[in-house]
Design a protein around this ligand. Structure first.
Ligand SMILES: Cc1cc2nc3c(=O)[nH]c(=O)nc-3n(C[C@H](O)[C@H](O)[C@H](O)COP(=O)(O)O)c2cc1C
Length: 310
């Protein structure tokens, strides 16, 4: 009640100040003059249009500012949903905030050393923002930039699904250029750091029905169980457009057509997207980049050693 009275007093003061304002008085005189003009007057048409634009601009600006926290919350919720989804923990009735809080742990990995870095708050860290900040990122040498992303953050944000002390899934952020856009997604691996659980892309602008099929659940299901690293040397594929992989190197690749499961190397191969070889090659390159020495290879190596010793 006291608040309302105070606000009312402020409003009365504001009106009194306006009444004394010379510019406001001029504006009132002009407003009355314009309103008195005929409806076919050019001056009245322009004045009304300008006033309407001003009112709309104020409303849009107010809306944008007022809705910003809600937008940020929804963006964050969507990211959590994507992570739960790639971890296989998302059902129709899942409470996203609760499930994420209970089952997922965010950690920052120093890509140079492959070690966790706990000096920065992982929950508040935004890897995409850090990639654009020269103090938090490094330029990728051209000959190593097979994902065509030019810069990478020094710290990568990974997500772990744990059962007590045991890791059940390692969810890694991946990104790289397709045909029209940079694709952003997650690759989920078993605790062995070798077997794929799932992949998803939450931000991409490839053509729907062609490269955009990267979001198709049927195609994404083909990734389950595939092996990331070569256990024997793997030859170049598709007339040399996909490079060979030596033992221990990332060998995952999207091939043209369907995978022949009887053939050597099938455990590393996924059907390419029909009519979208360029996006398919982009996905091969971005997965190989992030699973390679420039990406998470060092980190995953350490996860494997720790697992073997425990
Ligand atoms: C309008 C239009 C959109 C296309 N979008 C994609 C795309 O998103 N990803 C892609 O790889 N190819 C796309 N293509 C096709 C490529 O130009 C190219 O022909 C194709 O990648 C070759 O793949 P294929 O050898 O499997 O046919 C598009 C073509 C057109 C005309």
């Amino acid at each position: 009640m006291l608040n309302i009275i105070k606000k009312n007093e402020q409003y009365v003061k504001f009106c009194a100040a306006l009444d004394k304002c010379e510019h406001y008085q001029k504006f009132l005189v002009y407003k009355n003059k314009v309103l008195a003009l005929g409806n076919d007057s050019l001056e009245k048409t322009i004045a009304i249009a300008v006033a309407l634009c001003l009112v709309c601009a104020v409303l849009v600006s107010f809306g944008a500012v007022a809705l910003k926290p809600l937008q940020a919350y929804n963006k964050n919720l969507d990211m959590k949903k994507n992570i739960l989804e790639v971890a296989g923990l998302m059902k129709e009735d899942t409470d996203i905030d609760a499930a994420f809080g209970e089952q997922i742990e965010a950690k920052l990995v120093n890509l140079e050393t492959g070690e966790y870095d706990d000096s920065v708050n992982a929950d508040a860290y935004d890897q995409r923002k850090a990639t654009k900040d020269p103090t938090q990122s490094v330029a990728i040498p051209k000959d190593k930039d097979i994902a065509h992303i030019r810069h990478k953050a020094k710290l990568a944000k990974v997500f772990l699904v744990k059962d007590g002390d045991k890791i059940k899934s390692i969810i890694l952020p991946i990104s790289g250029y397709g045909l029209w856009s940079t694709l952003y997604g997650f690759l989920s691996l078993d605790a062995d750091g070798q077997t794929v659980q799932s992949i998803n892309f939450y931000d991409q602008a490839e053509t729907p029905g062609l490269g955009g099929e990267v979001v198709n659940p049927k195609w994404r299901a083909l990734w389950k169980g595939k092996k990331v690293y070569a256990e024997t040397d793997q030859p170049a594929l598709d007339k040399g457009s996909i490079e060979e992989a030596d033992i221990g190197e990332p060998a995952l690749a999207l091939i043209k057509g369907s995978v022949d499961t009887g053939k050597m190397g099938a455990q590393h191969q996924v059907d390419g997207l029909a009519g979208a070889t360029l996006t398919s090659n982009g996905v091969t390159n971005l997965v190989r980049y992030w699973m390679g020495k420039e990406g998470f290879a060092r980190y995953l190596g350490k996860v494997r050693v720790k697992r073997a010793n425990s």
